[in-house]
Design a protein around this ligand. Structure first.
Ligand code: SAM
Length: 454
């Protein structure tokens, strides 16, 4: 039934174009990856990578990997947050937001974090990224992925969009809604998406998407941009959703996605709403991705600028153990205002965020630095993923060095460049995490859950 519904619908909407648009170029979907601009440029990455790459048509930082043997999650550059593995067309929506350093950006449906990673890179460490995920388990994965990517100015929240909208009305310059959808673009990659599919799911997702868009509209500042995306083809969730949003929100106008890839929207998918389909974008399977829909909206009016400045958070007193540790290993962090969450010390984003109500659970605010235990400062993994390249003591590994694979398996390695004490272990200059050197060896502090085992 599910496939029958989908096929009949698409055949009737597309007519003779159906076969060609759904003809994917390969048996297996290609893997995509997006280079983390916080680590290096796409050009540098292409020089360093030890596997075959092709540039992706969908974003400047994207590449396609066709080798079916490539296991992105085990690659040292994945561990070092140099790239994020995501389906090629999924990298397209984040770039449409035109994020610039210093902005306040919200990713409302963010887990597992591919698009948030791109947004963090576009901010270049300046301004604020709020990465929100509704599902508590997925929010933990989001936190871990943003930590791996070295994001220092992100706040990871676990909240219903409406709770965020009540807390932060008009706060953001940019909002991304990568909506929970019926996933028709996932049929090839995740066959279970097909089993759960049907007209009821499409209706349910369209209604949920509309509700999330309502909150997104409230969260955006005048003059700001909102991008809505799905990985599905259904009219109700795509052109119909965009048209209905504009009809209900006269304070928004449709902006041109302005990209060369993919195709314009389809007139017969607008559900009777008026929509300039030339301005929205679809990616069909025949165009090299599994499928995506994107629409971009501008909230009318002028940005409030400084008038929206938020109060800095209440600072925690820096314990002397942190002060001494920072002075020795990360002197540029010494003296910066800190936050405390229980015993955990954090370095909050300088851009600040107003106090949040109980309904908005904050999983991470800025960078987890570590905690004082038994009179000593025990650094957190995040400190090294965010700032490890600037650590005063380093163990420098190369991709081809057998010590790199050993390190990722959780083993102790021989020290060649690190002096005794805490050090950052890096591969080709990209931080993997903390080690502790003594007696010519580096003790492994790479978190067990992240290791390459088996
Ligand atoms: N943007 C993500 C990325 O690039 O990695 C993918 C997001 S996925 C398409 C949609 C997300 O919306 C899922 O993580 C899902 O848990 C979340 N979601 C589910 N129900 C939701 C709700 N009621 N409100 C907001 N988000 C919801």
């Amino acid at each position: 039934m599910p496939l029958e519904y989908f096929e009949q619908r698409e055949r009737s909407l597309l007519g003779s174009r159906c076969e060609a648009l759904y003809a994917a170029p390969e048996e297996l979907p290609a893997r995509g990856l997006t280079v983390n601009g916080l680590r290096c440029t796409p050009e540098r990455f292409a020089e360093l990578a030890d596997f075959a790459l092709e540039p992706s048509p969908f974003c400047a930082e994207g590449f396609v990997v066709r080798d079916p043997a490539f296991r992105p999650g085990r690659h040292p550059y994945h561990h070092a947050g140099v790239f994020y593995s995501q389906e090629p067309s999924a990298s397209a929506p984040a770039a449409l937001l035109e994020v610039r350093p210093g902005m306040r950006v919200l990713d409302l449906c963010a887990a597992p974090g591919g698009k948030s990673s791109q947004l963090a890179a576009a901010l270049g460490g300046q301004g604020l990224l709020v990465s929100n995920e509704y599902d508590p388990g997925r929010a933990e994965a989001l936190k871990s992925n943003l930590e791996r990517m070295g994001a220092a100015n992100a706040v990871v929240t676990n909240a219903a969009p409406a709770a965020l909208a009540a807390a932060l009305p008009g706060f953001f310059d940019r909002v991304l809604v990568d909506a929970p959808c019926s996933g028709e673009g996932m049929f090839r990659k995740e066959p279970q998406a097909m089993a759960q599919h049907g007209p009821a799911l499409v209706r349910q997702c369209a209604a949920l998407g509309a509700k999330i868009l309502e909150s997104a509209a409230a969260l955006l500042a005048p003059g700001g941009l909102l991008v809505y995306s799905t990985c599905t083809f259904s009219p109700e969730e795509d052109e119909g959703q965009a048209g209905a949003f504009l009809a209900a929100h006269p304070d928004f106008e449709l902006a041109d996605c302005g990209v060369g890839f993919g195709s314009p929207g389809e007139e017969n998918r607008c559900g009777g709403f008026s929509l300039d389909t030339a301005k929205v974008r679809r990616i069909w399977p025949c165009q090299g991705g599994e499928g995506h829909f994107m629409a971009k909206f501008r909230k009318k009016g002028e940005s409030g600028g400084q008038a929206r400045a938020s109060k800095p958070p209440r600072c925690a007193k820096a314990p002397p153990e942190w002060a001494a540790f920072a002075q020795q290993y990360f002197p540029f962090l010494a003296g910066l205002p800190l936050l405390a969450a229980g015993e955990l010390l954090l370095l909050p984003p300088a851009a600040g965020l107003p106090p949040l109500p109980k309904g908005v659970r904050v999983l991470r605010c800025g960078v987890a630095l570590g905690r004082v235990q038994k009179g000593r400062f025990e650094p957190a993994h995040h400190l090294f993923t965010a700032f490890g390249a600037r650590c005063e003591n380093k163990e420098e590994l190369l991709l081809a060095d057998s010590r790199t694979a050993a390190w990722l398996r959780g083993e102790e390695i021989g020290a060649q460049t690190a002096r005794p004490g805490w050090c950052c272990v890096l591969v080709d200059g990209f931080p993997l995490g903390a080690g502790k050197a003594s007696g010519g060896r580096v003790k492994n502090h790479y978190p067990k859950a992240l290791r390459n085992l088996g």
